[in-house]
Design a protein around this ligand. Sequence first.
Ligand code: ZN
Length: 136
Amino acid sequence: MLEKNSPGQNIDSYCGKCKLNLDHTIMTMEGETVAKVRCKTCGSSHKFKSPLDAQKIRKPRAKKGAGEAATAEIIWAAGLAEAKGKERDYSMASRYRVGDIVNHQTFGKGVVVKLYANKCDMLFKDRERLMASTNG
Ligand SMILES: [Zn+2]
């Protein structure tokens, strides 16, 4: 016998709020298709999203701007590979040159990419950061 979905029944759906595939209750149907569901976990009602679709949704949601981060990481890795400067711990009292490799306590390894008066842009794994230094 073919199981038919109908309002009030349980269904696995992707919850945009919980960011997970969870148990939902069918609220409304559009013909044979589930239209609206309610998340049993957070109680929010939303359009039905099959768990399969969630696989596509999941990737970008891993981190907002994950695409950007990935790009930054590639640039960062390339920058590190090309950097010929000496590697040392970051200190705002240091003088840097473009290409210097910096070890930062919080941000990890970075490459100096641009110099300003008493500041410089350092490229870290996740993004570029303006850091204090004694250039200038
Ligand atoms: Zn939910």
